[in-house]
Design a protein. Structure first.
Length: 119
């Protein structure tokens, strides 16, 4: 099982980035997918989530209207389009896959990709 994030980098405030997370080794289309982030000295927080069943999404209040999560099941990939980036968006961004089971859940984490927003 592998979740490989890419697309992070250094950008200026107001610019955009698109993160990708390529999945392998599990039934991607059956899993809900999320992006989390963790800034230095802070706890990991949920940024956005997309459900496997109907593609519905939800977002943290801090990113609503700026970030978009979407998935391509044919490519086993989930994306996070980040627009109007702010310095407070600086963090390591992690891809997360999960599927609820009767006994709990199956879940996987990626290694993370660094996003830095600075002038």
């Amino acid at each position: 099982v592998q979740l490989a994030e890419s697309g992070g980098g250094l950008v200026q405030p107001g610019e955009s980035l698109k993160l990708s997370c390529a999945a392998s080794g599990f039934a991607f289309s059956s899993y809900h997918m999320s992006w989390y982030r963790q800034a230095p000295g802070k706890e990991r927080e949920l940024v956005a989530n997309i459900f496997s069943s109907d593609g519905s999404t939800n977002y943290a209040d801090s990113v609503k209207g700026r970030f978009i999560i979407f998935r391509d099941n044919a490519k086993n990939t989930v994306y996070l389009q980040m627009n109007s980036l702010r310095p407070e968006d600086t963090a390591v961004y992690y891809c997360y896959a999960y599927r609820l089971r009767v006994w709990g859940k199956d879940d996987y984490w990626g290694q993370g990709t660094q996003v830095t927003v600075s002038s």
